[in-house]
Design a protein around this ligand. Structure first.
Ligand SMILES: [Zn+2]
Length: 320
């Protein structure tokens, strides 16, 4: 049988696993509950159960060359998880030794969003290019950097924290302790914040249907709603989009001048708004990036769906 790897994607609610080959063809996608509320030891046990299930579906593990895991937080070189505040008891878990002990297979683990970048680079919107940067715009902003087809983790293992590039002096305070992180403006959370801010500041003469709805039901504001109104041309919703994309363009400009990648991939739930975000970012980018660098870089939407994380996790085994 062809060489293959096991990919595991650890989410707050669900644990996903599959078998993947070097060319990205995948099989046996399997899901189970993470059971984060039962603590780190239970989560680890569930990961081992998932691996066992996948090995049994394959019939043997002779052709499996390793196990890749995407996890919230970060992973030290020797396989200890840290960070990951949303999974109680998970920080401090040693991942590699129990897997090697039970299955005699090497494991490799990294941040769950970072591995999505690897999946996009190898099998999705970055297929065929050498250098790529990926932004995942969700509740927060995650990222990943792929250089020469390989995931770049940096000295600390934390490289690719693109959501915490600061884009405004004395800007909004971020959960991370910095001010002006792009995540405060261009994540779903940031977009909702800006929508409420602009709606509150809107003069009576300019109140639009969007402003009316935000003021009537501030707790119901979502990034999807903002972009629904923006698509209809509501002036205040469009102004929110301009501000969001200006901030995002600042962050992307810094990354482009630093790395000069072939491609920037934008993904995550916010990108369901579609081309409007990419077009507006491109409009602002010339203010923040050298033309010679910008002209050689495409900005595109992510191509893989919600399986990107689990595919990227498995792909790390080949990447190593
Ligand atoms: Zn931050």
């Amino acid at each position: 049988m062809k060489e293959c790897a096991i990919g595991i994607d650890l989410g707050g609610t669900n644990l996903k696993g599959l078998i993947i080959e070097r060319d990205g063809s995948a099989r046996h996608l399997t899901k189970m509950l993470t059971e984060a509320e039962r603590g780190g030891a239970r989560v680890l046990e569930n990961i081992l159960t998932m691996i066992d299930t996948l090995v049994r579906k394959e019939g043997s593990n002779g052709h499996i060359i390793g196990i890749g895991i995407g996890t919230p937080g970060f992973v030290s070189e020797d396989g200890v998880v840290w960070g990951a505040e949303n999974l109680p008891g998970w920080a401090g878990t040693q991942l590699y030794e129990p897997i090697a002990g039970r299955f005699s297979l090497p494991a490799v683990a990294a941040n769950d969003v970072t591995v999505m970048a690897l999946a996009e680079a190898l099998f999705g919107a970055g297929r065929g290019v050498r250098n790529l940067v990926c932004y995942a715009l969700g509740t927060g902003i995650g990222g990943g950097i792929v250089i020469d087809h390989k995931l770049y983790k940096g000295t600390s293992g934390m490289a690719g924290e693109l959501g915490h590039v600061s884009v405004e002096t004395n800007g909004i305070l971020c959960n991370c302790g910095q001010r002006g992180c792009v995540e405060r403006y261009a994540s779903a959370t940031g977009i909702v914040f800006l929508a409420k801010e602009l709606a509150a500041a809107c003069p009576d003469a300019d109140i639009s249907p969007f402003v009316k709805e935000v003021r009537a039901n501030p707790d119901g504001v979502t990034s999807r709603m903002v972009y629904g109104y923006a698509a209809e041309g509501d002036p205040v919703a469009c102004a929110v989009n301009e501000r969001v994309c200006d901030m995002l363009a600042r962050a992307i400009g810094i990354t482009l001048n630093t790395l000069s990648p072939d491609r920037v991939v934008l993904g995550g739930g916010v990108l369901q708004a579609g081309q409007i975000i990419i077009d507006t970012v491109k409009k602002y980018l010339p203010e923040y990036c050298w033309p010679m660098i910008r002209e050689r870089c495409d900005i595109v939407a992510a191509a893989l769906g919600e399986e990107a994380g689990v595919m990227g996790a498995g792909a790390m085994v080949f990447d190593k």
